[in-house]
Design a binder for this molecule. Structure first.
Ligand code: SF4
Ligand code: SF4
Length: 444
């Protein structure tokens, strides 16, 4: 490992972290609620088709959604129970997708359905690659940092890869999922990375972790001693180190071109929880039917990290954390920088849900904004060297071509510009509108 603390060179900002609310809170398993609603689209791509009918009995690990045209990821039950409805579920972005409602049977002690563990020691390179990719697909694993790109597709891509990085930057305020996993399950993180490294034929791997997680970093360094091709890499605390392109620039000093993927520069990046899921699928035959979620903010009574059955409602998580601590908190699904405010608490936890953050009025940046005072702070912090003030002025005046010429395509939606804006201008929301208009225009 390089002892040097690395960082990306220009732009970005230092955010108030608020991670102390949960960084010392061990991951606790939340019991299944009375019913769950499991979306059949928890990945980038089209919804998968139901693999069950009303009245079917399921147990943890049972396949409930499979097959779709194009990109897809299988969906499994997280509970023992009975399918009671094939319906729709609302997601945080306001869209609705097909979903399976399951009434939980708390009396049932049916064991989880698992796959046969893979004895990777016995396989040559080609058989190893084939077996791991098939297993990751079977287990329904997607990028659990929020991207939800199907992981088997990423592993099967044809770009030659020399380096795999596990993204443990976790730079959003409040969220401590990866921090806790690196503290509690560092061996599994390394094992998952080693599986990915061998699968794609990379020479080396890094687990990159910001220095604001000193316990996790210490554990990673201890465990690294047992893995000759993998190191722990310390990163400075700076937003947005968790953005793939910035992570690669910081760790390897390689530039990923605009609109290109990390494979273009020989790198594959996976999230901490994703590599843990890969290790579980390969070594224990477990499919992905639960995930760790941080429930935090000064608006919740007991902030903590929960291992949650996929399909549990946001309201179930808040109730398990002893309810709101204030009247009418602002509830964000995801991190406060890139997540979405929700009012419908029946929204289910999906593979994309890293956090449920309850903010008090003073924590939440209200929607009342003032005129731009041309201070230039948004330009200073933009890690993509864009002019967010100018870009959003174009978007708001229906000058989409000018916004695109100013760099709309290159924006990674990190929200750093909005965070520093003294006029509280909702720059990220406007940029999102601009990106949606740009995508619609390109489809025409
Ligand atoms: S313009 Fe985009 S990339 Fe730049 S700071 Fe704003 S959200 Fe981040
Ligand atoms: S930070 Fe806000 S006020 Fe300052 S230039 Fe950017 S948009 Fe205008």
């Amino acid at each position: 490992m390089s002892d040097r603390v690395k960082r990306f060179p220009i732009g970005g900002t230092h955010l108030p972290e608020e991670k102390g609310l949960t960084s010392e809170s061990p991951i606790v398993s939340m019991p299944p609620p009375a019913e769950i609603l499991v979306p059949l689209k928890q990945h980038i791509g089209l919804p998968v088709r139901p693999a069950v009918a009303v009245g079917d009995r399921v147990r943890p690990g049972s396949l409930i959604g499979h097959e779709a045209d194009g990109l897809r990821a299988k969906v499994h039950s997280s509970v023992n129970g009975e399918v009671v409805d094939l319906t729709v579920a609302a997601l945080p972005d306001g869209s609705t997708v097909p979903a399976v409602r399951i009434r939980v049977d708390r009396e049932s002690d049916e064991p989880a359905q698992t796959l046969e563990p893979i004895d990777t020691d016995l396989l040559d390179a080609d058989a190893y690659r084939e077996a791991v990719i098939a297993r990751v697909e079977e287990a329904g694993i997607v990028g659990l940092g929020g991207a939800t790109f199907p992981t088997h597709v990423k592993l099967a891509a044809s770009d030659p890869i020399d380096t795999v990085i596990v993204n443990g930057a976790e730079c959003e305020p409040y969220i401590t999922v990866d921090d806790r996993l690196m503290q509690e399950e560092a061996e599994k993180v390394f094992r998952g990375l080693e599986i990915v490294r061998r699968t794609v034929g990379a020479e080396v791997g890094f687990v990159a972790c910001e220095i604001n997680k000193p316990v996790a970093l210490k554990r990673l360094r201890e465990v690294a001693a047992g893995f000759p091709n993998i190191s722990a890499q310390a990163l400075d605390t700076r937003y947005p180190h968790g953005a793939e392109k910035h992570l690669i620039k910081a760790v390897l000093n390689r530039e990923v071109p605009t609109r290109a993927l990390p494979g273009a520069v020989g790198v594959l990046v996976n999230n901490v929880q994703t590599v843990c899921a890969i290790a579980d699928a390969v070594d224990r035959g477990r499919v992905l039917s639960e995930r760790v979620v941080t429930v935090s903010g000064h608006g919740v009574t007991t902030p903590r990290n929960l291992r949650v059955p996929l399909g549990a409602a946001v309201s179930d998580l808040i109730a398990f954390c002893d309810g709101p601590a204030v009247d009418e908190p602002a509830i964000i699904v995801g991190g406060p920088m890139t997540g979405m405010r929700v009012t419908d608490l029946a929204i289910p936890v999906t593979k994309a849900t890293s956090g449920v953050i309850l903010l008090t009025e003073s924590e939440y940046r209200g929607s009342r904004h003032m005129a731009c005072i041309r201070c230039g702070r948004c330009v200073e912090v933009c890690p993509m060297y864009l002019p967010p003030n100018r870009m959003t002025a174009y978007i708001n005046n229906d000058m989409l071509e000018d916004a695109i010429a100013a760099g709309l395509d290159a924006c990674i939606l990190c929200g750093a510009c909005q965070f520093v804006c003294p006029s509280k201008r909702p720059l990220l929301e406007w940029i999102n509108h601009g990106k949606a208009a740009m995508a619609a225009k390109r489809r025409r």
